[in-house]
Ligand binder design. Structure first.
Ligand code: DON
Length: 546
């Protein structure tokens, strides 16, 4: 259920803090921490663990993610807790003897699993910024796992759609291998036990001992090649975020191994000289400009981006105005550019919504933006009974072979090839926006490659088209990612006349294939300091404030 609180015009109940996440239970657990005097980072820890209980398709302790933050003093930073390729991995691990990609091997089963980064990342956040004891932050999720949570209608549909795959990988008696109805109660005592172990022993409670052993056993039993050393050697990394200006905004987003920040910067800076605010909202002129910027940015994504610990990325060049103005030299306001005339790579879009984003603001003014994922829905479908969770299938975000698409239809080159301990390229775009030096937006989204365009369009809606945050999120989205050379529009995209004009410019799209794009959860602070929140009604997302 969507719940939306907005106090933009309310003087009576000013919001002090907000948590917007994929599930009501998780947002509420985060808010309780803020109410107890915890800061946004404490709430990040509590919300992350809560999502691992109530949102098993994407909330996780067995996946990875990114956090972008801005403290009340205006200090900014980002944490990379993306999964890593196991030590035994190699470039050809998903190929048969003829060099052909073996269908599904990087998506389902143990070989699809990357070394999880979530627990190390969450605990790193707590070590650096947390103010409350770890136990207080994990306890609500332990209780939730023990007492259980109610299945929503959307969740029942999602679980039921994967039931056969769960059984195929894990056997008939597997935990989620049954039909669910709205209102069913799911209790997960083994996950409660695991969370307790993390609470007592920190990283060692997850990356060593019986918890790690049970993951290694199950992953390898289902086709993987992972070791205890893979687990014990995992480390998250603090990284400098991507920071760029757009008019009077300063935008702070995630850098490599996510492509999110660089692509967002490219798109925004490519359109900046055209003053899109003067073009009518969702008019053919505005759509055409944005589509052409998206096209050019995704072309660069495929060629240049990968794990910065393994490949040199010309990141400042890629987001410089000179370079981006040059990229737009062949932009014609009256004609669609053919993607085949834009060099590099080969990318195809497939929508999905199995990642999860949450945004947090505390009463001190600290802002946290987190996107985390198992990659596909319920990851590799490998369910580790002893610890009550699914393992990720993040290995599929590498390019298994140049030119061969992953589950999102993304293909890549050398920069994103598989190597032991390398992190796979991501599209996750946790973002924070300042306006005239003050906090303005905290936002992000799931949606595979459509994450970046969802964030791009939400910022433009809020800033250029002066929408409130909920309207900015509700507004129908569209997406172009260079290849295939077609635009995806959401089903409720109603500007039929403008779309007809776009066709005349040479854009390709099929409205019969429309699907929802992204699920943005965001917080906005206006010039007077009033906070408003937006939870995406495309999911069960929920904004809780106090
Ligand atoms: O890191 C990435 O870009 C992907 N693993 C994200 C997956 C995702 O967003 C799935 N759901 N929409």
């Amino acid at each position: 259920m969507l719940f939306f609180i907005c106090c933009e015009n309310s003087e009576k109940i000013p919001i002090q803090g907000a948590v917007v996440s994929a599930r009501e239970e998780a947002s509420k657990i985060g808010i309780e921490i803020l109410k107890k005097g915890g800061n946004a980072f404490d709430a990040m820890v509590a919300t992350s663990f809560a999502l691992s209980v109530v949102f098993p398709n994407a909330g996780n302790i067995t996946g990875g993610g990114f956090m972008v933050y801005r403290t009340s003093e205006g200090d900014i930073g980002s944490l990379d807790y993306r999964e890593m390729a196991p030590l035994s991995s190699d470039e050809d691990m998903y190929l048969d003897n003829n060099g052909k990609v073996i269908d599904d091997l990087s998506r389902t089963g143990g070989l699809a699993v990357g070394v999880p980064g979530s627990v190390a990342g969450i605990l790193e956040v707590h070590n650096k910024f947390g103010s409350l004891p770890l136990n207080d932050l994990i306890k609500p999720s332990v209780e939730l796992a023990k007492k259980g949570f109610l299945v929503t209608e959307k969740q029942a549909k999602s679980l039921n759609s994967k039931k056969d795959e769960f059984i195929k990988v894990n056997g008939e008696s597997t935990f989620y291998g049954k039909k669910f109805m709205k209102g069913d109660l799911i209790r997960n005592p083994n996950l409660a036990k695991t969370l307790n172990e993390i609470s007592k022993f920190g990283n060692k409670g997850f990356y060593e001992g019986w918890v790690a052993e049970s993951m290694v056993r199950k992953i390898n039993k289902t086709g993987g090649r992972i070791s205890m050393e893979d687990f014990s050697s995992y480390r998250p990394r603090w990284r400098r975020p991507i920071v760029f200006d757009y008019k009077d905004l300063k935008i702070i987003s995630m850098g490599p191994p996510s492509s999110g920040g660089i692509c967002l910067a490219q798109m925004m800076k490519m359109i900046e000289p055209y003053n899109i605010g003067n073009l009518k909202y969702k008019s053919q002129e505005a759509l055409h400009l944005m589509i052409e910027a998206e096209r050019r940015s995704y072309a660069d994504r495929s060629y240049f981006l990968g794990d910065p610990d393994f490949v040199a990325i010309p990141k400042y060049h890629l987001i410089s105005s000179d370079y981006l103005n040059e990229r737009m030299l062949n932009y014609d306001p009256l004609l669609a550019t053919k993607s085949s005339d834009i060099p590099h790579g080969d990318i195809v879009v497939v929508e999905s919504d199995e990642t999860t984003h949450f945004s947090i603001l505390d009463s001190f003014g600290n802002a946290v933006s987190v996107t985390t994922t198992l990659n596909g829905s319920y990851g590799s479908k490998v369910f580790v009974d002893e610890i009550g969770v699914f393992m990720n299938n993040e290995m599929d975000d590498f390019s298994s072979k140049p030119g061969s698409p992953n589950m999102f239809g993304l293909t890549g080159g050398k920069a994103n090839s598989i190597k032991p301990k390398k992190r796979m390229l991501s599209s996750m775009t946790p973002t924070i926006v300042e306006k005239n030096g003050k906090l303005f937006l905290i936002l992000g989204s799931p949606g595979g490659s459509t994450i970046i365009t969802s964030v791009f369009q939400t910022i433009l809606n809020a800033y250029e088209y002066k929408m409130g945050i909920q309207e900015s999120i509700d507004s129908p989205r569209f997406h172009h990612q260079w290849v295939p050379d077609s635009v995806k529009f959401e089903p409720n995209f109603k500007n039929i006349n403008e779309l007809k004009k776009l066709k005349l410019l040479g854009h390709h799209f099929d409205l019969q294939k429309s699907k929802i794009i992204g699920r943005v959860d965001a917080i906005m602070v206006n010039e007077k300091g009033t906070i408003s929140v937006g939870a995406d009604k495309r999911g069960d997302d929920f904004a809780q404030t106090y």
